[in-house]
Write a protein of this length. Structure first.
Length: 304
């Protein structure tokens, strides 16, 4: 089931097409990494999905609910962590969460219990009565995540959740995201950091200049590349013979090489090597990395 879906979603500012007829499909209970360079349209897309920005054309649906027609209904089931948190610096973290709980009409006792549990979850239990303005960047981000969870949302939108964090803070945020997925939530997060998207995501959408250029699971995206760019690593105990009939050969050592080919010829290659009495140490496909996938689908650069 797709819990987030768009139909030719578009946003135009004057002559700038920020988001260009994109069709997103996000499955329930999965982490969807929305990958793209800065200025690609990630934040604008999320803003439309959560109902903060009206699309120029097209539709966005959350669990089948039209975001533009029923924004309040959508907000009840989503949480949103913006790129710049909306916490009030003069208030404590606990006060901030209790304040936002009022928007969802959460009873006071329930709100207090929920707020304390969330601040414990994000590691701010001991600092819950400290003003947010005195927090470090990482602490502010964790407090903002707690705020996004105050209504116990089914679907969570995170816009560049590790932006501005030091390595430790970024690691802590990624671990929190993984824990939230284990609770059964669907998480849609944007990032321009390839390793982060690779580590967290079940599915990935790649946006460049407002266009969704690729979408699918990591395995599906890899298969897109492997259709035209197959690399086979082969290693034997003895020196390799001439393998030019199988494709373009890049020697690594006298007994090890990478073969670039259009077809998966591992079976034929193995048979050939064994027929020569060679002892095969290794023969396997080299799968493309997320960086290679991104460069290929975003900019047409060949996998090398």
């Amino acid at each position: 089931m797709y819990v987030i879906e768009t139909d030719k979603l578009t946003k135009i500012y004057g002559e700038l097409v920020a988001v260009d007829h994109i069709d997103l499909k996000v499955r329930e209970g999965r982490i969807y990494g929305f990958l793209g360079p800065n200025g690609a349209g990630k934040t604008t897309t999320i803003s439309m999905l959560v109902g903060l920005v009206a699309p120029t054309s097209g539709k966005a649906f959350i669990k089948g609910i039209d975001v533009q027609e029923n924004p309040i209904e959508v907000k009840r089931i989503i949480g949103y962590l913006p790129a710049e948190n909306g916490l009030y610096p003069h208030m404590t973290a606990l006060e901030n969460l209790l304040f936002f709980a009022k928007f969802y009409k959460i009873p006071k006792n329930e709100a207090e219990k929920r707020a304390n549990e969330l601040l414990d979850l994000v590691g701010l239990k001991e600092a819950k009565n400290k003003r947010v303005g005195e927090y470090s960047t990482g602490m502010k981000q964790r407090a903002a995540l707690a705020q996004a969870l105050i209504n116990d949302p089914e679907i969570l939108f995170l816009d560049e959740p590790t932006s501005g964090l030091d390595p430790r803070g970024a690691h802590e945020m990624r671990e929190l995201i993984k824990e939230l997925k284990k609770e059964g939530r669907t998480i849609f997060f944007s990032s321009h950091i390839l390793p982060e998207v690779d580590e967290l995501s079940d599915d990935i959408g790649i946006i460049v200049s407002g266009k969704l250029v690729a979408q699918g699971s990591k395995e599906e995206l890899k298969q897109m590349i492997l259709k035209d760019n197959i690399r086979i690593l082969v290693e034997t105990e003895e020196p390799l013979p001439d393998l030019g009939n199988f494709g373009i050969v890049k020697p690594l050592r006298e007994n090890k090489a990478i073969i670039y080919t259009k077809d998966d010829c591992r079976k034929e290659l193995l048979h050939f090597l064994l027929s020569l009495g060679l002892h095969v140490v290794d023969i396997h496909l080299i799968e493309p990395t997320l960086e290679e996938i991104f460069m290929k689908v975003a900019y047409g650069e060949e996998v090398i």
